[in-house]
Design a protein around this ligand. Structure first.
Ligand SMILES: [Zn+2]
Length: 597
């Protein structure tokens, strides 16, 4: 919110290739788990290669709000982990979400489950709960037996779990299908990222809230996270300064047009981490600054490295799962926009953090023993004031005004006021029974649709009944809203803004508290990087259109498990041909073939 792509038709050729890879991969993954479950390999069997049959560790990295074109633009300035992913990995250059609701909770749930929101049900960061008549966040859990718990003595509010996620994550399927041999650990600054990546149960899912690392009683705490939270708290970064790290080569001006920096910062570097007043102790403004600084990314990286050491990830019988969602690019993007020195610099710093993380994984798990995917949950639109400089049609689609227009339109039809319960991003929710009535009242429905279309910046309005059951459609926009539609949670009407028009929920008369946002089915919000590297991955650049829902099925293929959803596909083209996995069998016949051409 503010705050397409078509699913290509799979050709017979692609299907054949997938089948071939599965068949061949089956040959190398057919390893007995225990002596009791399967017969011992025959003594004459070919020598097993040194590479393991399955990855020892699956690493999922999500960079919140990282647009796909950041890789194209800034690759030349990277020397660390981001560069390594491009050079040693498989780079999918045309990856995009096919659905409309390009938000954090939705994207992370899609990446983690391999399903679209119409399947996994996480339709937004927050939606209008029709039963309770209030907004609920995607992770809010009403179960009174569950509560959030804090590390290092913190006492967080609320209760957050994945109970609203309608399908299991890849990680929990992996753990379930390998009889618990998998350890699942996730980190993010955001609950909706850490939780969706982990799933309904995990060994640890940790996020950041009001200056502290927290989790849910459902997941429980781990001693090494407690130790890290105590020895390296965020407030230890109080007084540090974020300065530009490159001597030159910044693409954009010193001050990002239309930017709204965090309290205590201005529009130019350096950005001090000193809270509101600039002196004293870590206050809420300091923690906002910290979350918008490279120090937050580094803290998440250190937590990931500690996990590898403390749990000896990749050393146990099963395939372990480690996920980190780096939230800072999202905060910086909302504040300064995609065309800012801040975005360019935060990626240079993240590139270094990822370099350290991969070096750590190489040393502790072993190069080639782990597979890593890096992607993003959504992109972002340029700051409207900045876009307007180009002469293009861009602006703010003011949602409170749109809500007012709909109310006014229904006055003539004597609907009870307020007729609209909530407008949240694209979704318009009517008060109880109003939408049922509207569906049998064509004149009133027409008046509502007409009023919505009159609002500056509105391109189209979709009705819930047009989106149910994913109807076949030639319109990419119609299809995008259908992929996002989950009955009971999605709205009654859906607003499609014109390109480069930002959905703005700022109450009338108040100042906008952010620079820009995301959440619509245009390529700037949908196009994200997908990079895979390591175990079983064939390096190279790939140009066929894919979606981030393809990551989980690809992990599943490498790990030899099955996911329930068919929304995503195995990225078979980026899987190594089995011969590259292992050394060729040294049979007598093969030897003979060599010596007798
Ligand atoms: Zn965001």
């Amino acid at each position: 919110m503010v705050p397409s792509r078509f699913l290509w038709k799979r050709t017979l050729l692609q299907r054949g290739l997938t089948a071939a890879v599965f068949f061949l991969a089956g040959g190398i993954t057919f390893v007995p788990r225990t002596a009791a479950q399967a017969p011992r390999p025959r003594a004459t069997a070919p020598q097993a290669s040194q590479a393991p049959a399955r990855p020892k560790l699956v690493v999922l990295l999500v960079v919140d709000q990282m647009r796909g074109d950041y890789v194209d633009k800034f690759l030349g300035q990277w020397t660390g982990g981001l560069k390594r992913l491009v050079e040693e990995g498989a780079w999918f250059r045309d990856a995009a979400y096919p659905y409309a609701a390009t938000e954090t909770c939705v994207g992370h749930a899609t990446i983690s489950t391999g399903a679209f929101p119409a399947t996994h049900g996480m339709v937004a960061n927050a939606w209008w709960d029709r039963k309770d008549q209030k907004m609920v966040t995607c992770t809010a859990d009403p179960d009174p037996s569950v509560k959030n718990i804090g590390y290092a003595g913190a006492t967080p509010q609320g209760a957050d779990t994945a109970w609203r996620m309608a399908v299991p994550s890849f990680a929990e399927e992996l753990k379930f299908q390998t009889s618990g041999a998998t350890r699942i650990v996730t980190f993010s600054l955001k609950a909706r990222a850490a939780i969706t990546m982990a799933g309904h149960k995990a060994d640890a899912a940790t996020w950041f809230d009001a200056g502290a690392w927290v989790t849910s009683s459902l997941y429980g705490t781990l001693p090494f996270i407690e130790e890290q939270a105590k020895s390296h708290p965020a407030k230890a970064d109080f007084g540090k300064t974020w300065s530009l790290s490159l001597p030159s080569a910044y693409w954009y001006g010193e001050k990002a047009l239309g930017a709204v920096p965090p309290v205590g910062w201005d529009l130019t570097f350096p950005h001090p981490l000193r809270g509101k007043s600039g002196v004293g102790e870590a206050d809420p403004d300091f923690y906002n600054q910290w979350a918008s600084s490279p120090y937050a990314d580094t803290a998440l990286t250190e937590l990931a490295e500690k996990t590898v050491d403390a749990l000896s990830l990749g050393k146990a019988a099963g395939t372990d799962f480690l996920a980190v969602s780096y939230s800072t690019v999202d905060y910086v993007g909302h504040e300064f926009g995609p065309r800012s020195r801040e975005i360019q610099d935060i990626l240079v710093r993240l590139d270094k953090d990822l370099s350290n993380l991969f070096a750590h994984l190489d040393a502790k798990v072993g190069r080639g023993n782990y597979v890593v995917a890096l992607t993003a949950d959504h992109g972002v639109v340029p700051v409207p004031e900045d876009m307007q400089r180009t002469g293009a049609d861009a602006g703010l689609l003011h949602l409170p005004e749109l809500q007012e227009r709909i109310e006014k339109a229904l006055e003539a039809f004597r609907y009870p006021k307020p007729a609209v319960a909530s407008v949240s991003g694209s979704d318009v929710y009517f008060a109880p029974s109003v939408y049922d009535k509207l569906q049998h009242d064509p004149a009133a429905m027409q008046a509502v649709l007409h009023a919505a279309l009159e609002q500056p910046g509105v391109a189209a309005v979709y009705r819930a009944e047009e989106l149910r059951d994913r109807p076949a459609s030639e319109s990419p926009m119609h299809r995008a809203f259908a992929y996002s539609y989950f009955p009971g949670r999605s709205g009654d009407l859906f607003i499609l803004p014109k390109p480069y028009w930002l959905l703005d929920g700022t109450p009338t008369g108040m100042q906008r508290s952010y620079g820009t946002g995301h959440g619509v089915p245009y390529n700037y919000d949908q196009h994200v990087p997908v990079l895979l590297m390591g175990f079983g991955i064939q390096p190279g650049q790939y140009f066929q259109p894919i979606t981030p829902a393809d990551i989980a099925p690809t992990f599943a293929a490498l790990c030899g498990i099955t996911l329930s959803s068919r929304d995503g596909h195995v990225l078979a083209e980026a899987l190594m041909k089995p011969r590259s996995f292992s050394s060729p069998p040294r049979t007598a016949a093969a030897q003979a073939a060599k010596t007798n051409p």
